[in-house]
Design a protein around this ligand. Structure first.
Ligand code: FE2
Length: 184
């Protein structure tokens, strides 16, 4: 099935989280501590679903980490997104405030049902768009670059059209060969 769902159990390793007068201090499993005050980016780019692309990127990476490692730590998210751990910690507080993930004392950071739903949706979009471009014969590096942008901005109706076209391309090897040879 093209839009196959997948999700493991979340278990982010933030070992301590203190909150004093609106300021928060998070200490991760490496002993690194970060102060933050829940700053928001008011003009963040939005996806058609109304979620910021940054939020979608975080949820997508967190889901990938959970699926591949069984957990996602701040340090791993920072490495995956190529940003500072302080920035990740800031976003973690935002996602917590938005009800997309939460910190549990003994389980670490986990995705809520809403967080899982959004993360699965972006993962499905990524998978479908990757499959579609691959069937067109696009180079893997270009696919990765393009999909990471497209997945945040594509509308549901266009996504449905691409899903239908992808299905046809999967069933028609002759048409695929023509496309990949540049014969059309
Ligand atoms: Fe993606």
């Amino acid at each position: 099935m093209l839009l196959k769902r997948f999700l493991g159990e979340a278990n982010l390793l933030i070992v301590a989280h203190y909150s004093v007068k609106g300021q928060s201090l998070v200490v991760d499993c490496c002993g690194d501590a970060f102060m933050f005050a829940g700053m928001r980016n008011k003009k963040a780019p939005q996806s058609p679903a109304g979620t910021s692309t940054a939020v979608e990127d975080y949820l997508e990476r967190i889901l990938e980490l959970i699926n591949s490692k069984g957990y996602a730590r701040v340090i791993d998210i920072a490495a995956a997104l190529k940003i500072s751990q302080a920035s990740v910690t800031n976003m973690v507080q935002r996602l917590d405030a938005d009800g997309l993930l939460k910190y549990e004392k003994y389980r670490g950071l986990i995705l809520t049902a809403a967080g899982k739903k959004l993360a699965r949706r972006i993962a499905q979009r990524h998978k479908l768009l990757t499959e579609f471009l691959r069937l067109l014969g696009v180079d893997d590096r270009v696919i990765h670059h393009d999909v990471e942008g497209m997945e945040h901005h594509i509308s549901p109706s266009t996504l449905r059209a691409i899903a239908a076209l992808t299905h046809q391309l999967q069933r028609r090897p002759a048409l695929r060969a023509q496309l990949q040879d540049g014969a059309l």
